[in-house]
Design a protein around this ligand. Structure first.
Ligand code: ADP
Ligand code: MG
Length: 239
């Protein structure tokens, strides 16, 4: 069953059209990776799915419900951005708990969730530290943890590793794949520039070009049968 369906989705900023009619189904539990050149609309697409931006026309469906006008906090989505924004004055524990405190959960449930997420991401020994006392990779794991504790149905990642160095990128990539393995039916939508990241993480890759979908398929399908030179340039040959 499709978890997220985009039907003829368009988005303009003023008279400037950025998303130019996208039809796409993202399945429940799928790890979908978006790739495409800078400026092609990847971040905008994530913002439309999360509800941070309103779509100009078309339909956005979660399961069978149209969510065009549903506010972000009601969509059951968590986003992790490239520049992780942790609260500098709060310990790791409180950074993790913060998003849940805004909702209506009791203290012991919050505590259980924080500790479970911290364990999953191997940051359970860092709960008493402040963000400035962490490495870049540890901070990024806290940012991911903050998404996990909210138990979202859908994770959106916008180039979450591009600020990390190569070795840390590989290690943190594994952490990112974890919730997908450990949480039932969680759907991941992940934007990256990095071909290796796309090939290793994705169930399917969606190649975007100038606001439209150029091709969607498994890494093997795109690698073996790119339907254009453009796709081959992105997937078929290492950059
Ligand atoms: P990508 O993430 O693929 O690099 P973006 O989705 O960030 O691309 O941007 C796609 C295009 O939309 C770019 O030309 C960008 O300048 C433009 N854009 C994005 N957000 C806005 C905005 N709020 N107002 C005007 N133009 C925007
Ligand atoms: Mg972007």
């Amino acid at each position: 069953m499709a978890n997220i369906t985009l039907k003829a989705v368009r988005k303009s900023f003023g008279s400037f059209e950025v998303i130019k009619g996208i039809d796409l189904e993202i399945r429940k539990g799928e790890f979908m990776v978006f790739v495409g050149p800078s400026g092609c609309g990847k971040s905008t697409l994530l913002r439309l799915i999360s509800g941070l931006e309103e779509i100009t026309s078309g339909d956005l469906m979660f399961d069978d419900a149209r969510v065009n006008n549903v506010i972000p906090s009601e969509r059951g989505i968590a986003m992790v951005f490239q520049s992780y924004v942790l609260y500098p004055h709060m310990k790791v524990y409180d950074n993790l708990a913060f998003g849940m405190k805004l909702g209506k959960r009791d203290k012991s449930e919050i505590d259980t969730r924080v500790r479970k997420a911290a364990e999953m991401l191997q940051i359970d020994h860092l709960l008493d530290r402040l963000p400035r006392q962490l490495s870049g990779g540890q901070r990024q794991r806290v940012a991911i943890g903050r998404a996990i504790v909210r138990d979202p149905r859908v994770f959106l990642f916008d180039e979450p590793l591009s600020n990390l160095d190569a070795a840390l990128r590989v290690a943190t990539r594994l952490e990112i794949a974890k919730p997908h393995h450990d949480m039932n039916d969680v759907t991941m939508i992940y934007v990256t520039h990095d071909q290796v990241e796309a090939m290793t993480l994705a169930d399917r890759i969606c190649v975007l070009r100038d606001g439209v979908v150029e091709q969607v398929g498994t890494p093997a399908e795109l690698y073996e049968k790119p339907n254009s030179v453009f796709v081959a340039g992105f997937i078929g040959s290492p950059k």
